[in-house]
Design a protein around this ligand. Sequence first.
Ligand code: NAD
Length: 350
Amino acid sequence: MQIGIPKELHPAERRVAMTPSACGKLVARGFSVVLEEGAGTSARFDDAAYLAAGATLADRATVYGTSDLVLQINPIDAADAALLRPGGRVACFWFGDLARDAATILRSKRATLLAYEKIPRTTVAQSFDVLSSMANVAGYRAVIEASNEIGSFLSLQMTAAGKVPPRKVLVIGAGVAGLAAIGAARALGADVRAFDTRPAVKEEVKSLGARFLELQFKESGDGGGGYAKTMSKEFIDAEMALFRAQAPELDVVITTALIPGRPAPKLWMADMVRAMKPGSVIVDMAAEQGGNCELTRPGERTDVGGVVILGYTDLASRMAGDASTFFANNMVHMLRHVSVAGEQGAIAFD
Ligand code: NAD
């Protein structure tokens, strides 16, 4: 079976779906791997390393036109869908109907698309859960970006030259990205507190050395399967009152709150931004879904009276080498679990 790896085309994308090391594992298992020339360059994997791992290099049209399964990160666009062979198969993030024109072409070619976000978040699928592995990288990177912006220690400093208190970090949403951010901020010595609507995460937050903020409000945010549900207006009002009280003392706010299939809930309002000290930072990890902060501009850095809001949507890509390594390892595990079968070449999980 031939696996095709194209170069990611989005201008802000530095990751690649396959690394030389993962490529070697696939080749050892009998797959052949065809990689677009230069596909790994922006993640610092050069063509020679892929060749040494047993891959062959080709142009983009050959990668799409001859492979049994194309693995990429970002949604396939219409131009690439047109290159895919009839009955071809592609795996990528898809996120619903973002690319309607590509969907029309794929349908006309009777192609099969495997959308990573549809991979069930079960124990058996954990090893190829790219949503989780990328959220983990992004959560860590959010802390690094915040630390870079505030330009000061996050940890307590007690030296002969002076004393600096630990910086105060609030993480909103303690899913995969939030827990990674809490872990990174704690590792850098920050004073971390977190809030989530699902009470089940309280112990996880505490085990990372952070404080779990609680509301005197009886409503569970557990929407089933570990995911959140939309909360009542009364709950959100109480949550915002909690945040309003926190805002003046915080140095960093990292927001990750999401509800599957819905725009991100607005939780950090303009008045809370203005209540923060100049020099403090908000990293809005929900920016791609509209943002948790009212003043976030997706993809941009915004300065609101000295408070910086980072709406970056490429956090995982900012650590392209490690992110690609995790992604490619996920792909190797996924290929162990999927079979390609049936008249139309459907992809099924074993
Ligand atoms: P997510 O990205 O959908 O949401 C991030 C967090 O935002 C969630 O913890 C959610 O509860 C929280 N949130 C939503 N509304 C909020 C609000 N108003 N205020 C504060 N927080 C709010 O979540 P995720 O990272 O995808 O993880 C969801 C769950 O799935 C977690 O329980 C995680 O452990 C679980 N999970 C399981 C597996 C597996 O078993 N394979 C893999 C990944 C994740």
